[in-house]
Write a protein that binds this ligand. Sequence first.
Ligand code: FUC
Length: 790
Amino acid sequence: MATVLLSACQAPPDESTVDHLKIWYKQEAKSWMREALPIGNGYMGAMVFGGVERERIQFNEESLWVGGPGEWEAYDGGNRKDAHKYLPQVRKLLSKGELEKAHALANKELTGVIKRNNNHEFWEGFGAFQAFGDIYIDIEKTGEISEYHRELDISDAIARVSYTDGDVHHKRTYFANYPSKVLVFKLENDALQGQDYTLELTTPHKKVNYSSSGSELILDGLLENNGMAFGARLHLETKGGDIGFDENKIKVTASNAVTLKLVAGTDYLNHYPMYKGKDYESENLATMNKAKEVSFQELLNEHLSDYRELFQRVDLSLEATQIASLPTDERLKAYEEGQEDPSLEALYFQYGRYLLISSSRPGTMPANLQGKWNDKTAPPWASDYHMNINEQMIYWPAELTNLSECHQPLINYMESLIQPGQKSAASFFDANGWIVNTMNNPFGFTAPGWDFPWGFFPGGAGWLSQHAWEHYEFTQNKEYLQEQGFPIMKEAALFWLDYLMDDGQGYLVSTPSYSPEHGGISEGASMDLQIVWDLFTNCIEACEVLGIEDEFKQQVMDSKSRLFPPQIGRWGQLQEWKEDVDDPENKHRHISHLFALHPGKQITLDGTPELAQAAKKSLNARGDQGTGWSLGWKINFWSRLREGNRAHKLIRRLLRTTTDEGFEMLKGGGTYSNMLCAHPPFQLDGNMGATAGIAEMLVQSHDGQITLLPALPDAWKSGSVKGLKARGNFEVDITWKDGKLVEANITSKSGNSCYVKYRDKTLRLGLLKGETFTVGYDMKLNLGLNATND
Ligand code: FUC
């Protein structure tokens, strides 16, 4: 689908060997994290290994979690009864400058409660996302293996494996169908007598029972930890040959094709306070009964039209160089050695969109730290919902890259956090409104974490509320804003109206506060105040859109005007805290005090140039290294500062391959050969942060205007992008050549007018709904009747 633009300085690759939207290899995957290829339909995820003699398909169902009320009777979302009694004391100690004492008291009395802090990876009571199971398929090898090929085609969301064994050709196809909620795998061979396949369905969980019915293998299980019931059905269809079931194994003899359909579910229900009660057995049965009546081809066609409708909304074409035709692992190596490959960067961008579509669809839970992919029972950081950067970052590309529907699971999930979050706000802070802190599980754990500084972050809800607002900004759906978006935002704002305190100088500050995972207790960590500024600004705008003039709006306006403003410190930096204590040598991965630059809008190059320079100073001091997501964030910061080459440098840094699967944060992040982001270990956030950052390099709209190519790097000399979204519900297509705009089409989907900026020129466009306006290089070309030069 993507047009190829060839780099002038290099010989063109053989076009027939370049697959712009394929990730591919000449060998099977050995490592789950680094090599296996992810597919998903939002409800379920699977990792495909492509083994010749032993295929492994590891799979997940999104709600299979240990922890929560089923595990522990005293579980109450982490709440500590009457903890707020200690709040005045903590505040008093802070105001007297007794920081150590204030921290000690907060760490004792304001921390959330879990059953047991038994190790870093698995916290009892809080729980963890669980691996569901594996399908292993043994296939006897009869000759020499040749022509092995394994790929993930992200233009169609299909994984494929093919090879020749002696003179028998083998072919496998894997996809995850969202409308029918089923994963589908097909293994084919052209052997004269067919081929034997031995399948095995396994799970790491102990309390399980296997049975078969017709051509179906059924797994029923109960998590020992919290009694969560779960089940899967695996349906088989063969072309010729026989099928025999034995416990969790299926023997297929002398067959030319095996088609597998897999559904799974649990009795988890996102319903406070017990989070249980879904009739998953009936659902699984009904889903499978429907899916097994439908042919492989019909399920594939349904999948393709569903997936393509979302994926094809955006096209990014960047130059392809010689290395573009290499297998992905070799291509990444060549890139790391210094070769240019803009089309690899475009692939990484589209891969982010692929991963979001595969892990977050209407009706599913939101993607977690690893999306919907996890092979462990004690995954890193519980593979939870981390609300002090990670979860938000996962959703940064949703609106920008025209996948607004994929944002919906996060918004619905936020809505479900209001009730538990209100209880946490009351028990810890005697405040109204809802909060969620650093770590959150799907059982309404909204309390602060169980250790500070990392655990304390009531700002999580305010930050998430930005997503509720932006969903409106990008879609202009007022009904949504009224019914769902604004109530989420308002409840988050109510907390801050109660929590903010006068600092004695007439300013409102957040006390106590911690800058996420960095530094000590403070009376005004900048990030909190910037989040509140953003939240209050958005609430005021929402009131205006909805025609609300009430006391709430008035209070928000009053408080906003009294917020302690961002400060420029002694070395010209943007201060991370109220006190001027930033260390210019500090390289910490969290750059929380730059929230106002991105994803916020309080600091902009045109609107607040001095603060923007201070942000730049801080960013330079933090340097160009970092964990996966930290690098992803830096791409966005440099884009907002309109420094395309620096943003591009960070992309190159992020695409450095690593084999590190551990927790060695300090070594810095990168990319595994399957192009999943290495924090390390694998976290989805870095993929998504970079995807959003690349979109921000091409179009920005956070500051009241649509800026075209704000941070175009020299490396992307010529190219085109189609279908990016801008606030106000505009769709933007841009073509550029030799670093200069050739043409941009701006389509107004809601009939709004806008300002369009390219370099130092700005146009005001008044557009009707559905109308497209074309601007040329000099921003004067193609002037229609409704456009005026500003
Ligand atoms: C935050 C970050 C870590 C990691 C974890 C999942 O705690 O500080 O780097 O990404 O989330």
